[in-house]
Design a binder for this molecule. Sequence first.
Ligand code: NAX
Ligand code: ADP
Ligand code: K
Length: 465
Amino acid sequence: MRTVVSSAEMRAAEQAVFARDPEADLMGKAAAAIARIADDVAPDGAVLVVAGAGNNGGDGLFAAALLAERRPVLFWRAFRDAHAAAVAAARAAGCREVDAVGAVAALADCSLVIDAVTGLGSRPGLPLALQTLVDACDAATVPVLSVDLPSGLDADSGALHPSFSAEHTVTFGSVKPCHVQQPAASRCGRVHIVDIGVTVPDTQLRVAEAADVARWWPRPDASSDKYSRGVVLVDTGSEQYQGAAVLSCSGALHAGAGMVRYTGRAASGLILSRFPSVVVGEGRAQAIVLGSGWGDSDGGEGRVALARMHSLPAVVDADALHWLPGGRLDGWLLTPHAGELARLLGCTRAHVEAHPLSCVREAARHTGATVLLKGATQYVAEPSGRVTIAVAGPPWTAQAGSGDVLAGICGALLAAGLPAWRAGVLGASIQAMTAAANPGPYTPDELAARLPAMIAQLSSSPLAR
Ligand SMILES: NC(=O)C1=CN([C@@H]2O[C@H](COP(=O)(O)OP(=O)(O)OC[C@H]3O[C@@H](n4cnc5c(N)ncnc54)[C@H](O)[C@@H]3O)[C@@H](O)[C@H]2O)[C@@H](O)CC1
Ligand SMILES: Nc1ncnc2c1ncn2[C@@H]1O[C@H](COP(=O)(O)OP(=O)(O)O)[C@@H](O)[C@H]1O
Ligand SMILES: [K+]
């Protein structure tokens, strides 16, 4: 699990270092890391460093000085002002200064551009001369290594603004929101996190990693039976949306449920023909999955209320989200997409998309449930305000039916005894990781069938220990 720190939290942590040791050379360490990564990702050829007026530019120019010991380096002061000591170091090391026109012209001969224009102090957007260079970089397909973040983005959000598109980003201490929240995250390329001696604080935002999924995924042992592994009661699908029932059962079974009981309104013969191990009808269970593919079929309110009376953990998906009972929904996992969350909160989808973190937190705080907001970035918010971002995957899973499979996976994890936040994080992560390992337009049921291989691989990998 990695902590995600805001620019203010990072600055405070940096100040704490200087309070302890006023001579601490954080910029020197940052510059050394930038130079090392630059040599790794583009070992030969000239480097163009584009430097801004603040410390981000300072990092880049000190890195320029180090790189100039072994290769040609050019630099452009994009705002004229620049960190004076760093400019002096770059000049003394033999770096050649160019102007805006020279920077664009230099792209033809450069193997790497280091974007050190703005970092934590970045205001969204780029001045025209810089935008011209960014366009030229994109057209010339010269790889960009961004320092801290692609200049132009806002460190503290996932929103898109005119910015560099980096192939690599080197950041310090820990990731910032723009590195892990889409769509901004897609501009960061591969993110290298470098320890420069700043102690990162614990925060209310974290991002899960493959190792967390491997460690926490429930595995049967010699004492396991179908009940201890977890029985999931699945009330999904309807006459109109029969496929949703098949998909959520598939998700639960392929995620390792001990047993799936189906109590929904789709034709049981259809489900049994795909999954003969499913047991049709009520019975003992440890978790319930509700709502995927209900459409406007009757009795939603009563079915959700009944589930509440069972006092079991529940995954509440899709149409069941319209029928949330009053009171605190402790132990429940709500799985809305942005439109469904907007309806829950009484705001617009655009508002949720612009402010996903605050919206998902608000829904969890208001309902007392854990809320998994689905989409390109998947946020799992607990009523306490803590949010965990699931492992990211490719956009191939953006298709009808993925959410139904995900609800089933989360149901299996709840039934295995995982707390709701962990079920949400692991469910969303394993689906994304399976899609990443099987790139292409696989249907949701084909991807569900590939979950067991992914789970087996993770469980036997060193990450699981
Ligand atoms: N906080 C930390 O722990 C450390 C920070 N370091 C570096 O310091 C950076 C932060 O430095 P600063 O606070 O000086 O901020 P930045 O260097 O990120 O940016 C501030 C400067 O850029 C200008 N600016 C910002 N957005 C602009 C825009 N859209 N158009 C035109 N000008 C714009 C500002 O007016 C200001 O002059 C970090 O990103 C990192 O690279 C490192 O030196 C090491 C440690
Ligand atoms: N851009 C994206 N990248 C990756 N996954 C996505 C993206 N958009 C949506 N998803 C995934 O697609 C699924 C959509 O769920 P949902 O909208 O409920 O679909 P359905 O109800 O049709 O099953 C979720 O599992 C979500 O994680
Ligand atoms: K930058």
